[in-house]
Design a protein around this ligand. Structure first.
Ligand SMILES: C[S@@+](CC[C@H](N)C(=O)[O-])C[C@H]1O[C@@H](n2cnc3c(N)ncnc32)[C@H](O)[C@@H]1O
Length: 368
C-alpha cells in the first residue's frame, strides 16, 4: 500500500464517524484565545493536518481573519469541504496536501501543528518545511507532541507490538472487540502508521534546530477544560516564535509514578516477546481495554493496578518466571505471587514509599 493510501485508511478509521458541533468548536475557540490571546485577531491561521477541521473553525471563531487548512487524507478534505459548503463558510481554504511530498505555496501568521508530529518519521525536515510557511518573523507556531515516558506510551508501545491496523476492513472487524474508551484510542494509536514520543526538552531542541524560539508551554486542551492534570498522558504544547530569545529551559511533566510505569513497560515487553503472534494480538486488545476502561479522569492509579494484574495474568499463562523480567519488574512479579498466597511480599520500605503499585500489592491479596 502506498503511504498516501495508508493515510487515507488511518483518517477513515479515525474520523469516519466524527461530527463537528458548535459546543466543541466554541470550547476550542476559547482554548485558542487562552493560548494566543488577542494576537489571533485578524491573523491568517494555518491548520496543518486539520483532521476534522475543528481547529480551523475555532480559529475563525477566535478572531482569525482566514484559515488555510491542509491535510494529506482525501477523506478529511472531502468531509470538511462538504461541511464548509453546507454551512456557508467561505474563509477557510481547504487543501489536499503533504508538505513532505510537495511544496505548499501559502504563508500564515500562526502555524497550528496539532496532533501531527506523532505521525511524522522525519520531524526535522517536516518542521523546516513548515517554518518556511511563516509570513514573517512575527509569526507564531504551536507544536503539539506526545509525551515520552508517560503511562500512555507504555500501553501504546506495548499494544503496537501486538497489533496495528493498516486497512479499514481489519480495524472495522476488530472494532467490536474494544470497549468504547479503548476503541477511541485504538482507532488513532493503533491505526496510525507511526507513533512517536518526545520529552519537552527534545521537542524544544527540535524546534530550536529549525529556527523556532520556544516561548511558553501551555496546558493540554482537556486538562485546561477540566482543570485537572492528567497523570497518565501529558502531551506537550509549545508556543514558538521566530525571533529573540526564548525559554531558558522547558519543564517536563511531573510523574511521581514513573517507577511504576517503567515496571509495567518492562513487564509488557517481556510478555509480548514470549507470546506468539496470535496471542500478542489478543494481549494488545486486552491491554487496551483494561487500561482505558480503568482510567479515571486525571488519574493513573487504578489503571496502573489493572494493567499490572492483566500483565500478571499473561505472565502466568505464558509460564514466565519472575526472574525472566528485568530486575525492577521481577520484584513486583515475585511480590504479586506472594500476595496471591497472602505470604510476606518482601517489598522494602523505600519501595513502598515510592510506589503506589507496591503499596497495593502489600495491602491486598491478589487473584489472577
Ligand atoms: C491525529 S490526527 C490530528 C488531526 C487534527 N489536527 C486534530 O487535532 O484533531 C492526524 C492528522 O494528520 C494527517 N496527516 C498525517 N500525515 C500527514 C502529512 N504528512 N501531511 C498532512 N497531513 C497528515 C492525517 O490525515 C490526520 O488527519
Amino acid at each position: 500500500m502506498t503511504a498516501a493510501a495508508e493515510l487515507d485508511v488511518y483518517a477513515e478509521n479515525m474520523f469516519g464517524f466524527e461530527q463537528l458541533h458548535p459546543r466543541w468548536i466554541e470550547a476550542c475557540a476559547r482554548y485558542l484565545r487562552h493560548i494566543f490571546g488577542s494576537s489571533i485577531e485578524g491573523k491568517l491561521f494555518l491548520d496543518y493536518a486539520f483532521g476534522r477541521g475543528n481547529w480551523s473553525l475555532a480559529a475563525l471563531r477566535a478572531g482569525a481573519a482566514g484559515v488555510v487548512a491542509i491535510d494529506a487524507a482525501a477523506g478529511n478534505v472531502r468531509r470538511f469541504s462538504d461541511y464548509c459548503r453546507e454551512h456557508g463558510i467561505a474563509n477557510i481554504e481547504i487543501l489536499h496536501g503533504d508538505i513532505l511530498r510537495e511544496p505548499v505555496r501559502r504563508s500564515a501568521d500562526i502555524l497550528w501543528v496539532y496532533g501531527i508530529l506523532p505521525c511524522i518519521a522525519a520531524p526535522d525536515e517536516f518542521l523546516a518545511r513548515l517554518s518556511a510557511l511563516r509570513r514573517d518573523d512575527d509569526a507564531l507556531a504551536l507544536l503539539y507532541a506526545y509525551d515520552r515516558g508517560s503511562l500512555r506510551q507504555v500501553i501504546v508501545d506495548a499494544a503496537r507490538q501486538g497489533v496495528t491496523y493498516d486497512s479499514e476492513h481489519s480495524f472495522a472487524a476488530d472494532s467490536y472487540l474494544f470497549t468504547p474508551k479503548a476503541r477511541l484510542r485504538a482507532r488513532d494509536d493503533l491505526t496510525a502508521p507511526l507513533v512517536t514520543w518526545f520529552s519537552a526538552a527534545s521537542l524544544a531542541g527540535l524546534a530550536a534546530r529549525q529556527g523556532m524560539v520556544p516561548l511558553r508551554q501551555c496546558p493540554d486542551f482537556r486538562d485546561w477544560m477540566t482543570g485537572r492534570t492528567s497523570e497518565e498522558f501529558a502531551p506537550h504544547h509549545l508556543v514558538c516564535g521566530f525571533q529573540g530569545s526564548g525559554l531558558d529551559n522547558v519543564s517536563e511533566p511531573e510523574r511521581p509514578q514513573a517507577g511504576d510505569f517503567a515496571v509495567l513497560g518492562a513487564m509488557a515487553d517481556t510478555v509480548m516477546a514470549r507470546a506468539n503472534s496470535e496471542a500478542r494480538r489478543k494481549l494488545a486488545v486486552g491491554l487496551f481495554n483494561t487500561h482505558f476502561s480503568a482510567l479515571s479522569p486525571g488519574e493513573a492509579g487504578d489503571a496502573v493496578i489493572e494493567d499490572f494484574l492483566f500483565l500478571m495474568h499473561a505472565a502466568l499463562r505464558l509460564e514466565i518466571s519472575p526472574s525472566t523480567f528485568d530486575e525492577q519488574a521481577s520484584f513486583y512479579v515475585a511480590a504479586a505471587l506472594a500476595a496471591a498466597r497472602d505470604a510476606p511480599r518482601h517489598l522494602s520500605a523505600a519501595r513502598l514509599a515510592a510506589s503506589p503499585l507496591a503499596r497495593h500489592i502489600e495491602a491486598n491479596t491478589l487473584r489472577f
